[in-house]
Write a protein that binds this ligand. Sequence first.
Ligand SMILES: Nc1ncnc2c1ncn2[C@@H]1O[C@H](COP(=O)(O)OP(=O)(O)O)[C@@H](O)[C@H]1O
Ligand SMILES: [Mg+2]
Length: 270
Amino acid sequence: MTEPRHPEPQPTLGGNAGMSSQYLEIRDLRVTFDGFTAVDGVNLTLLQGDLRFLIGPNGAGKTTLVDAVTGLVPATGSVTKSGVELLGSKVHKIARQGVGRTFQTASVFEDLTVLQNLDIAAGAGRSALTLLRRRKSVLPQIEEALETTGLSHLRDRKAGILPHGQKQWLEIGMLLVQDADVLLLDEPVAGMSHEEREETGHLLRRIGAERTVVVVEHDMDFMRAFATSVTVLARGKVIADGSVEEIQADPMVQQVYLGTTAAADVLEEA
Ligand SMILES: Nc1ncnc2c1ncn2[C@@H]1O[C@H](COP(=O)(O)OP(=O)(O)O)[C@@H](O)[C@H]1O
Ligand SMILES: [Mg+2]
């Protein structure tokens, strides 16, 4: 097994106090669509407390990587969580192992309230009737998720009328009540205001200390403010990983970004 180009960054946030801290280990991950290789031999080690940003130009394979880890597309290689192989397992089994993800477009139940959405997320395995009946008392983990995501005062609001930012926070809350400790968030702050981005960053820090959070993102300011480590993907391959400073100084990363339309955005935002 070859060593990564940079030594694995140590998490700077949270409770990684000598415990079995290696949460997700991705080895030689490969996804092919009709002969086109979208994810091309990716190796990634994600530790507890890591707030890892996964960046790269459009089409780099970021979403496909998340899809592969969560069982939505077939892949070869290996993805283990605390030693348990996930690859080849069904989507719900992977979720039950504590690996949760959000999508680029929010996927909450629009006609249900915030509380009902969280209830459903918490209730995998309970009957539909139980779920639809309004609960007299709110489960403690739901109460906690409401508080963590700052949605307590909106619990009876229909999810469909929430602004984009709050929908994303609700989705994150749904992962929390499912007990996900590896969270893969696909462009969670796209379309958010500056304030919403800031709040989201702090939310990710709050939940990230005891978990592993992977954020697929384009916003370089957001990355600089909140990433503990960064992986850069281009054409399905990891071309760099390390701290924000290391990534920004990496000539290959600069070249990849300068060669794409994403570069213009990056430079504008910088
Ligand atoms: N279901 C699919 N079938 C065929 N090609 C796909 C499919 N999903 C993604 N791709 C291709 O794989 C590449 C990576 O896509 P994606 O993972 O969505 O990139 P990113 O999220 O980094 O923008 C792109 O070239 C895309 O067109
Ligand atoms: Mg994508």
